[in-house]
Design a protein. Structure first.
Lengths: 697, 697
């Protein structure tokens, strides 16, 4: 529990300073100015009074209990201070001081000492190298932070890895006149983690929406677990920076190379139900709507407008994002026809006209609240000087109080001249936006959250037909041989152990064995030279396809033997893969790659130009459920090719979905697998077959 | 010249009213409150004094000259009022009254009367059904408009088809504390047009940037001509609404159906050098930078930051948009090493550290101004309480005064506590943004303008080898036969007249002629049943390909004849196209379509799944220069396939570029062509051939 961090009953500042422009002074000033409800103790060995507070030479001299300390002394003295805090029985230390792991090996060593002291004394550490926390709750008014923005009370809580970004978000809410509930920026995060903070706020009733800014994840699994749990109860809005790191999304033919943490974090957001943002302003503006409005039941929007252009812009934005603007029912149109001006437009958007008064807006919004085919209401409201805008605002607020469906409002006005109108709407809990785009994007985000929360992700399927014994043996053999890549035989057998279909195959050494193998497999066959020394088989003439009889196979193998059996190859090394030749199918590719601390990513794409030129691939974090496997496939732009179009019958998609799930189980069972590429898999209307597998361990 | 509109020496309001909440009162109040420099005359037949002004029963009673009138009386009286204005010698009438073409046929008739009166009396008309204009120039202070926002003096001029959007933009600048130069919203635009306003502002020295909001273009050609001329001198920032109109970009197999005005307007923006926006906030924020900063010489950005996360966000945004962040020269790094703190990061971005003072920022910005490989400077500046932020701001302003390279600043601060810092930067002409994304997008827009302005678009190539005589004959024949589609023969011959290569072909009626034709063309050939009654040849078995000898051709044609020569077909109707069969090439498609008032759009794409599934096509407005034809091709996602990849040699792209230019000339020479589809064109490494052409007139 982080009560002692966010609701500290007393705060001491170790490193309290008389210098106005020091952090040890600023934190005390912030606590005082913000109206902190508990006692503040200044620890200052020089014995100077700080901002009117009696100085103590040591934390041990403070006569009362101290729940939270700020430590703002040079890093090398911090472990010592931790000892004193332990003796004193302090519960949480916010270490603002820098000079820890961010400065290199020495700092890292110091940080390890702090972690050890934390465990030894049972003190939770927030930081080091951090800003701290803010809690606007009137019971505590804790501004345990050296920054400058003073939030008002609200329902939005912010946690950010970057203090700079946290402050920008906080500042924006302040400018917007929107309150904040709690705020945390934990710097190096050696103990109290972002997931822990999220879980705490998940249980905090007054936190209605959580904002998370991430640069990297220390423990992706912990993050996923907490985020999934909390996001199912209240919205988490997430932003990840660093997405253009060179090569992050570069797609190469080496499919294992496709995945990077940059991709992974947005995938984790999506998997756990966090709504992802790529723009801080959009994030803040959406948070405002989330903090006051109910979650929409679906993606169908009803619009009301008293002006032209801005409603068109809103329509563009909503439709672009996949929301729909359904026609109104006849019943609704009848009501509107009766209650609105004759020249009003009674379709969706409803144009009540610039001359519309409160009764017209009320009629329109009532109709939309009652329409079964409408999930949310968008209001485009310019304040003409010739109507009673305050009455309109009051009617809208009246309807909003019922909380039946979410409302967003694009209020176009001079905020000074129509301050009362704006005030009525804002106090009435209707989120107001100056621009159509902003209002629409907020509604899009709420709809997105509704979709994420209502997904039926299901559980990963456990396949009980896997031959674990065989799988273990294959990996043991590879380990014993100190191989980093499985042999063709090993890779194919591992797939077979997981009941992933592989095109009929034999690995042989001689021309006559090859011919016999081909007879068994059935013609036509392909023959591929198989040796660790030959990386690019095709380039050196090591591949022959569409061989139609035993003679052709024999001749081919003899010819390859004569070319490859030179000094460059160990005799033992050169084998031949004889394989069922599969023309006319569609090529797809799958891959997985281990990600530090995360497990594996799974990649899916169409083969050939689709992956190489068009970069049309999709990713998911394991474990992959059937829902996710299907989503992986359907999110490809080239999905219609798999589905079949223009008379083409497409491929057996259910078989591909099953393979994705089996792959997911394989890499979870066998985390030693680092990289796995199935390229290509040939897919037909009835069946699919892996043709080439590379597995690295 | 629109001087009388934007710099009126006197204004009369026909329909001046004593009612506070009427437009006839509001306009006078606005003129008075805004400090209009000329005399204002209230025309009120009831003889009531309006806002302290002596009433005149008629405009004819005004003793002095009247340059501009507002007309705010019911629409049916407007033509009569125009007569009075004519007698009086009024130069411009702003008709605010509604009830014209926007209300239907009667209103349209009334508007036509207004246009006639305008011509008869030589009065320029602004509107009707419009807001009016604003000019902040201290010489005139003309608020000839009934809206509510009072702009301060500035360098940004706004023209918008929607009064609502114009007001939102104006309001935003007001909130941002940024001035506006002139403002115009001309409603139905029956006389003074948006292009005319743009041309006028092009010549207005104090207008540094023009904002245009468009919903549709009355005269695209006029718009293009003016926009190109003005955009070459000063930036025009454009926004178009209505881009998701159902089907606007839906791609069907009927390639002519790809083009819509929704696409066309953004194409026109691009062709003429207007920077396109899809978000009003981005538009406004970019305008601020354009109004104070020089145009960057290229896309290479140098960044300076004193905080972490926000600089990462900026990097994402810049790199995503195609800007580059090059490494610094050794010389620059040496200077920075000497002048910055030891722990500072002297790469790009330069991290001067949170503790950096004025001298550090100055050193960094000086280095970037001197770097040859840097075109613009991005500053990420949070205001720590422990440094002298005002001095930093003063140094930045000092450098900015030289105007060497554009600067944008992401200023992260509390605008009240650091009002002086903000003030120094803003007065010093440095555009300041609260968010990294906004600052980055403004810089992206400036870089985009620089690229648009420096393009070498070239002139359309005039092909002198065209057989105009043959082209004319083909079209004459089609017209005489009252055909809406050219025959196969007509279409192919028209292409040949424009020297567009067509696969070897003959149209014949009998099996023996078909065999003879095939011998001439050379085997293999394809045979296609050719009749206006057969629309989907393939579906009814009317296509045979890869016929390798004369017998095969003969048999095929006989078989088709026996099937198709039934009562359904006129004997005369059924012909056979014998054609060179071209396997193994790459399919591309081209199309053109006539657009009302605009000329033609040209479409280019890869064939098959690329157009049908992946919607990977590009468009341009004719005339298409070589530069544009190349751009059409290179902007396809599948372009690498044409270029060749992974050993494939690609196709003769120069030949395709030439065909696009020849098509462009064809539809300009022959505007009667409504739709033209070349689908497919088969492209090889050496040559390209049209295989199927449909031309509608």
């Amino acid at each position: 529990m982080l009560d002692a961090l966010f609701f500290p009953r007393s705060v001491a500042v170790i490193g309290a300073s008389t210098k106005e422009l020091s952090i040890g002074n600023r934190i005390i000033k912030n606590l005082q100015d913000f109206g902190y409800k508990g006692p503040i103790y200044a620890i200052n060995p020089k014995g100077e009074e700080v901002r009117g507070l009696k100085p103590y030479a040591s934390i041990l001299d403070v006569p009362e209990e101290v729940e939270l300390v700020h430590i703002v002394i040079p890093s090398k003295y911090v472990p010592m201070a931790m000892d004193d805090c332990g003796t004193k029985g302090v519960k949480v230390a916010i270490i603002n001081s820098a000079g820890f792991k961010e400065v290199g090996a020495d700092g890292k060593e110091l940080e390890n000492q702090v972690i050890a002291k934390s465990k030894e004394h049972g003190i939770r550490v927030f930081g080091p190298n951090c800003q701290g926390i803010i809690n606007t709750d009137p019971e505590v008014r804790a501004y345990c932070n050296f920054t400058f923005t003073r939030p008002t009370e609200g329902y939005i809580s912010i946690v950010a890895q970057s203090g700079g970004v946290a402050e920008v978000l906080n500042q924006r809410f302040s400018e917007l006149g929107v309150g904040v509930r709690m705020y945390a920026s934990n710097g190096n995060a050696c103990d109290v983690s972002i997931p822990e903070v999220i879980r705490y706020w998940g249980a905090d009733e007054k936190t209605r929406v959580i904002l998370v800014y991430i640069e990297s994840l220390a423990d992706p699994r912990e993050f996923m677990e907490v985020a999934r749990e909390v996001a199912s109860q209240k919205p988490i809005l997430g932003m990840k920076a660093g997405r253009t790191v060179e090569g992050a999304k570069a797609v190469s033919s080496h499919t294992g190379g496709l995945a990077q943490q940059e991709i992974a974090i947005e995938l984790i957001f999506n998997k756990t139900g966090i709504v992802t943002f790529r723009d801080q302003e959009e994030l803040c503006q959406a948070a405002v709507a989330f903090s006051t409005q109910p979650v929409p039941g679906g993606n169908r929007v009803g619009l009301i407008t008293n002006t032209g252009g801005p409603a068109i812009i809103a329509t563009d934005e909503l439709v672009d994002a996949g929301l729909t603007i359904p026609p109104l029912s006849d019943g609704a149109r009848d009501v509107l026809k009766e209650k609105l001006y004759a020249a009003a437009s009674i379709s969706n958007p409803i144009d009540v006209l610039a001359t519309a008064g409160a009764e017209h807006f009320r009629a329109a919004v009532d109709v939309l609240m009652d329409e079964r085919e409408i999930d949310s209401v968008y209001i485009s409201f310019v304040t003409p000087f010739f109507v009673d805008n305050e009455s309109i605002a009051r009617e809208l607020v009246e309807v909003n109080k019922a909380g039946k469906k979410p409302i967003v409002c694009n209020l176009m006005t001079d905020k000074k001249q129509w301050a009362d109108t704006l005030g009525i709407l804002e106090e009435g809990g209707i989120p107001c936006y100056s621009f159509a785009e902003t209002a629409a994007k907020a509604l899009v985000a709420m709809t997105r959250y509704s979709e994420l929360r209502s997904r039926e992700m299901g559980e990963p399927r456990a396949f009980d037909d896997v031959d674990h014994e065989q799988a273990r043996k294959i990996l043991d053999n590879a380990r014993e041989a100190a191989r980093e890549m499985l042999t063709t035989t090993g890779a194919n057998r591992l797939l077979e152990a997981y009941r992933i279909p592989v095109a009929g195959w034999r690995v042989v050494r001689t021309a006559s064995d090859a011919a016999a193998a081909a007879e068994e497999i059935g013609f036509p066959v392909a023959v591929k030279a198989d040796s660790p020394s030959i990386v690019h088989k095709t380039d050196v003439g090591g591949v022959a396809v569409d061989l139609k009889d035993a003679d052709a196979v024999k001749t081919t193998v003899e010819e390859m033997l004569s070319r490859f059996e030179t000094d460059e190859f160990e005799a033992d090394d050169l084998r031949f893969l004889v394989q069922d030749y599969l023309p006319g199918g569609k090529e797809v590719i799958m891959g997985t790659r281990a990600e530090e601390g995360l497990g594996h990513l799974i990649m899916f794409g169409m083969g050939g130009i689709h992956v190489e030129v068009l970069k049309d691939v999709s990713f998911a974090v394991t474990p992959v459920t059937e829902y996710e496997a299907r989503d992986l496939m359907m999110s490809l732009k080239s999905y219609p090719i798999l589905e079949g179009f223009r008379g083409d019958k497409g491929v057996n998609r259910e078989a591909l979905i099953e393979i994705l799930q089996r792959l997911s189980q394989m890499v979870i069972d066998l985390p030693v697998i680092q990289e796995l590429d199935l390229n290509p898999i040939i897919a037909y209307e009835d069946r699919v077959c892996v043709v080439d597998a590379r597995i690295g361990i």
